[in-house]
Design a binder for this molecule. Structure first.
Ligand code: ATP
Ligand code: MG
Ligand code: MG
Length: 372
């Protein structure tokens, strides 16, 4: 293929576009965001329209040779329209399954992939039964459109279920057991058209306010834990007949078990360290996979810590922080996403700090974080 089509206009599409153009591809972006969005800034063609605008979608499809998505909440009718005329990678099965928590959990169960105990509920009565069976604490999660912990309610010992259910009334929800994890990890990797897999190592993730804050690579887990995590990634990728870059978020329990939390059918925030610390990064792998090429070497060559930059650290909407501490650090790499304005909790960029050891990178991050 010579033109890669990307559904979605955010930073994940931007970083794919950069990688694709470096390798000589043309890029067309279809997004419901306004012109000049992060991905559009590096696209040869940017079409700004709603995902149900069939005329605009036809114009997009006429110009591309292969299509991928940089976020999962694409209406199914759009996925079907794409798949009818051009290769969609990953395919509709992978995106349709993982864009909806209920379908995703049922997929995990059907494929015998370890995850927290769960129930699907549609009414308060079903919630009461589910909570009685699963035990407290547990957590209610909306089946559709949840991210950054939005659409979730924890059920503690003293939580009144009728009150907790109110925001979910009229919707499908997943209730799952609360996992007192010792740490959260993720695995990012790619699967090619011919079913070969290349997985970056296991990454350790720390969240703040339900948003990824810092990723440590490699994760500080035993080889047994790492092995389980990589096996779970492979089981998910194989089960979804996946083509492209995919991430699996996981919980590690005190008993040494690894459970799948959720699946992202795309590159992942916790994989951004691969740009600076791996032989082949997650976006280059995505590009290769969707274009039917062989995958690159995913090996990590240097320990790294990635820090997310949220709009919260911007002095005001249009004024950037002073980046000189990060720019002045010999082993820090700053990445900004070109977003027009900074808002609280908005992902504006990230930086990765390399170290001779993970501890050295962590020390650098601790110092840098006091300085912007
Ligand atoms: P995103 O898609 O942005 O990663 P999300 O809204 O889909 O987030 P989850 O990943 O389901 O949310 O949950 C967000 C965080 O809440 C998890 O990373 C974890 O820290 C915590 N969490 C979620 N479910 C559980 C659980 N069953 N037990 C313990 N902690 C949980
Ligand atoms: Mg999610
Ligand atoms: Mg998550």
């Amino acid at each position: 293929p010579s033109t890669i089509g990307i559904l979605g206009g955010g930073q994940l599409g931007r970083m794919l576009a950069l990688e694709a153009r470096r390798s000589g591809y043309r890029v067309a972006v279809f997004t419901d965001e306004p012109p000049g969005c992060p991905a559009g800034q590096f696209a040869d063609v940017e079409i700004n329209a709603a995902y149900d605008d069939t005329a605009a979608l036809e114009r997009f499809l006429a110009q591309v040779d292969v299509v991928t998505a940089e976020f999962e909440n694409i209406p199914d009718a759009c996925l079907q329209a794409v798949e009818a005329v051009k290769p969609l990678r990953p395919g509709r099965k992978a995106i349709y399954t993982t864009q909806h928590r209920e379908r995703e959990k049922l997929f995990l169960r059907e494929n015998g992939i370890a995850c927290a105990g769960f129930r699907i509920v549609e009414t308060l009565e079903q919630l009461e039964t589910a909570v009685a069976e699963l035990g407290r604490p547990c957590v209610i999660k909306t089946a559709a459109f949840g991210y950054d912990g939005k659409g979730q309610a924890k059920v503690n010992t003293d939580t009144d279920l009728a009150t907790a259910w109110q925001p979910f009334e009229g919707h499908h929800a997943v209730v799952e057991q609360w996992i007192p994890f010792v740490c959260e990890v993720s695995v990012v990797g790619a699967r090619s058209v011919d079913g070969r897999m290349a997985v970056h190592g296991v990454v350790e993730n720390q969240h703040a306010h339900h948003i990824l804050d810092v990723s440590l690579a490699p994760a500080r887990v035993s080889p047994e834990i790492a092995e389980q995590a990589l096996e779970l990634w492979e089981a998910v990728a194989t089960g979804l007949e996946y083509v492209g870059t995919m991430a699996v978020e996981l919980f590690v329990t005190a008993e040494g078990r690894v459970l799948v939390n959720e699946v992202a059918p795309r590159p992942h925030n916790s994989g951004h360290y691969t740009i600076d610390a791996c032989v082949t990064n997650q976006f280059q792998q995505q590009m290769r996979a969707i274009c039917g090429l062989s995958l690159g070497d995913p090996t990590q060559h240097t320990p790294a810590v990635m820090v997310n930059l949220l709009g919260d650290v911007w002095p005001s909407e249009h004024v950037h922080p002073d980046w000189s501490p990060i720019l002045g650090h010999p082993r820090a790499k700053l990445h900004l996403y070109g977003k027009a304005s900074a808002r609280a909790k908005r992902k504006m960029g990230h930086y990765t700090v390399l170290g001779d050891s993970l501890d050295e990178a962590l020390d650098s991050v601790t110092q840098l974080r006091t300085r912007y």
